[in-house]
Design a protein around this ligand. Structure first.
Ligand SMILES: [Mg+2]
Length: 434
């Protein structure tokens, strides 16, 4: 393992990104505290807040009603994920002018690797990036920048002086500035992990720093402990390239979408969107699971397996079967939350045909694949979703399947909506003899 003697990593983390994005996009919001809601309901919780709102004790996760009580003047716009994604892509372009973006960690966090002269004058580099961002977006879309010998510490540094911060952790100064942080300030230390550390008498960064790698491994019960130890000490630890394990979407239903019929519509939509993402990244799935939570607090989850597939028809059919059995078992419930996940992910083309599959089934599957590909092509060409199997009624809140989750920035064409489609679909069907 290599121990850098220079600053090698830059981490850039935007402050209250969705809230400040709203201020950037909507001038009327600029002198008001802003919290962003995932959907139009006073029972939902904020997914972001600006720093003025923070002064009123409002945090991410504060309920809309409570935020309103704490600060009657707060503006609570509904999230516009497509706009945030556009901003994200513009931000990447600005950062790239100074130093190439190595990895996008989430919609508002990126990492750059520094080489040669870039490592020497990092204050100036931060200044240039911040000035260019301000010139492009104005004063509201601020970011905090961290520099350190590795990505892990650069991320920690970016969190140290929010908002609009700059923190530089020189390898020679370690652990100095880290000692004022608490254990849960480190990425990867959740409150559960903290409890485990406290049980092992590790109550501060200092004691964690002073562990031996072997001891760290024993506490974590895995090599992750050693990794944590090494990253904290500034070693260059190679990032695991995460290979795709699943594609999924979930949704909390607003009160008028909680019937079994509407739940089914919503789940169909989420399934189709997950399937589109799967195909775009050239994968197949051989399992699908759904989970349903009811308003009275019950949960139900089932998984089904099938021959590796990538067409909407297969996924929607499998989803439908599971869904019907779940609804029956739960006794026509009022639903609250539902989600669908495609598992058993493999690169398309890695699976050979199943020898035991009936020729008839195989032919039918191939036809559905052809149809699905044709639909994807049409949708891509038209810039939005003009063709789909079955309904495409968007549940309230919109953006089904294009929500911004940690670690996944939706692509612009995830934001498909549906104007008129029947005619086009008819043509495709005719062409493919359906
Ligand atoms: Mg942020």
């Amino acid at each position: 393992m290599r121990q850098p003697t220079e600053i090698e990593s830059l981490y850039l983390d935007f402050d209250g990104f969705f809230a400040n994005a709203e201020k950037t996009l909507t001038p009327e919001l600029r002198d008001r505290p802003v919290g962003v809601l995932p959907l139009a309901s006073k029972h939902t919780s904020l997914i972001a807040r600006c720093y003025e709102a923070k002064r009123f004790g409002i945090e991410r996760g504060t309920r809309a009603l409570e935020a309103r009580q704490l600060c009657p003047d707060i503006a609570l716009p509904i999230a516009r994920h497509d706009e945030y994604v556009k901003l994200h892509h513009r931000i990447l372009k600005v950062v790239d002018r100074f130093v190439p973006v190595k990895k996008v960690w989430s919609i508002d966090e990126v990492e750059c690797a520094l080489i040669g002269r870039e490592r020497k004058n990092v204050e100036a580099l931060a200044h240039h990036i911040k000035t260019a961002l301000r010139a492009e977006f104005g004063e509201f879309l601020t970011c905090s920048i961290g520099f350190a010998p590795n990505q892990f510490l650069a991320k920690v540094a970016a969190e140290m002086n929010k908002p609009d911060g700059l923190e530089i952790l020189h390898p020679a100064d370690l652990p100095g500035p880290l000692l004022r942080l608490s254990l849960t300030d480190l990425p990867g230390i959740s409150s559960n992990m903290e409890q485990r550390l406290v049980k092992a008498n590790i109550c501060s960064i200092e004691t964690l720093w002073n562990l031996t790698p072997k001891h760290a491994r024993a506490i974590w019960h895995s090599v992750e402990g050693e990794r944590m130890w090494a990253q904290l000490r500034g070693f260059a630890v190679s990032q695991h390239e995460t290979t795709r394990r699943m594609f999924g979407h979930g949704r909390i239903l607003s009160s008028d979408w909680r019937t079994p019929e509407k739940g089914r519509d919503c789940l169909r939509l989420l399934t189709a969107k997950a399937a589109r993402r799967l195909r775009r990244e050239n994968y197949t799935a051989s399992a699908l699971s759904i989970s349903l939570s009811t308003q009275d607090g019950r949960c139900w989850r089932r998984e089904t397996r099938f021959f590796p597939a990538r067409d909407d028809h297969t996924f929607l059919q499998e989803m439908g079967r599971l869904y019907d059995s779940g609804i029956k078992l739960l006794g026509q419930p009022r639903l609250k939350k539902l989600s669908v996940i495609l598992h058993g992910i493999q690169q398309a083309g890695q699976t050979s045909d199943d020898l035991f599959e009936q020729t008839e089934t195989r032919t039918s599957r191939k036809r559905w694949e052809t149809l699905t590909d044709a639909m994807d092509m049409l949708n891509a060409r038209n810039g939005n979703c003009v063709v789909s199997l079955g309904i495409r009624k968007e549940p309230p809140g919109g953006y089904a399947g294009a929500k911004i989750a940690f670690g996944r920035v939706p692509e612009l064409n995830d934001f498909a909506m549906t104007p008129n489609a029947a005619r086009t679909l008819q043509k495709v069907l005719e062409k493919h003899e359906y």
